[in-house]
Design a protein around this ligand. Sequence first.
Ligand SMILES: NC(=O)c1ccc[n+]([C@@H]2O[C@H](COP(=O)([O-])OP(=O)(O)OC[C@H]3O[C@@H](n4cnc5c(N)ncnc54)[C@H](OP(=O)(O)O)[C@@H]3O)[C@@H](O)[C@H]2O)c1
Length: 327
Amino acid sequence: MTVHEFGNLDKARLEEREDPRPGEGEVLVEVRAAPVNYVDLVTFRGEYQFKPVLPYVPGKGPSGVVREVGPGVAGLAPGDRVLAMAEYGGYAELTAVDHRQVYRLPDALAFVDAAAMSLGFDTAWMALRDRARIRPGETVLVLGATGAVGLAAVQLARAMGAGLVLAGVSRPERFAPAAAAGADAMIDLSRPDLRESVRTQVLAATDGVGVDIVIDPLGGDPFDGAVRSLAWRGRLVVIGFAAGRIPVLKANYPLLKNIEVSGLQISDYRKRMPELVAECYREVFTFHEQGLVAAPLSTTVPLADWKVAFRAVQAGGATSRQVLLPT
Ligand SMILES: NC(=O)c1ccc[n+]([C@@H]2O[C@H](COP(=O)([O-])OP(=O)(O)OC[C@H]3O[C@@H](n4cnc5c(N)ncnc54)[C@H](OP(=O)(O)O)[C@@H]3O)[C@@H](O)[C@H]2O)c1
């Protein structure tokens, strides 16, 4: 699938191409499954902070089988089942990926499940482990808890030994998946005046103390309320702005409350700290083997019908991850 121009979904088409060859340090992967993420839509429109060079083949986080390894690659061999955290290139039968971003899959993890877990789980893991430095027993509020990042964050917080886990959901009737993922209680984001009402709900759920950690893929009004819900020395991690507004924070607020607000951009971690991302996937896969985390529900769509999957993500409110199958 190739995008020739940024814009709407009509700007991409399927094409026949020469098979890619793995260059120095690269691994050639036969793609078996590749997820459609919200960020793929944003990139497609040319609105993402990093714009790919046109024409480009979209598709982050494909899973598949190693067909060939390039010069200088150790530790991976043809036939290995892998997750390849490429920035682009996953919506294809074959893709060449930097070996430092290729992780061997446990036998029990299906290709579709690995692809469905990819971006949500590495983002949520990095937010909890590296940015928020989670400690056992700490309380966590996950905003957007029905989304890919949010559901992963709820499960990982629980697996990492969090105390109370609160799930911020915009539609209370959709709390069930977050509860099944391990959330103890809901913070209702459909209420008016979220700046006040998020804080009131969080304080009520934490005996007036507030939460140690907030994972925030939403921004907007939920951020305004969540930052005011932090306990002393609490940490909020900014992940995205799915609520549609980039919030503004006065610097005196973190000072007065002894809190931290940090940001996460997972792509940079893959480039600058590949060892930490490898450690992330080792732990995520171990949690999966131990039954502590599960892959999200997914709907599989043949690559030829990619528009169906993209439209489902565009429409929002989906209850399963869209995963494209190239063959
Ligand atoms: N910084 C990074 O490295 C990084 C990595 C991955 C993702 N992200 C960003 O994180 C955000 C979430 O990604 P995702 O993959 O989890 O997306 P997703 O699966 O589409 O989930 C989006 C979540 O946002 C909620 N939501 C959307 N609009 C809302 C609103 N107006 N008010 C309250 N909740 C709202 C949705 O809830 P409902 O469906 O119930 O409305 C859902 O829980 C995106 O902005 C994405 O670009 C950033």
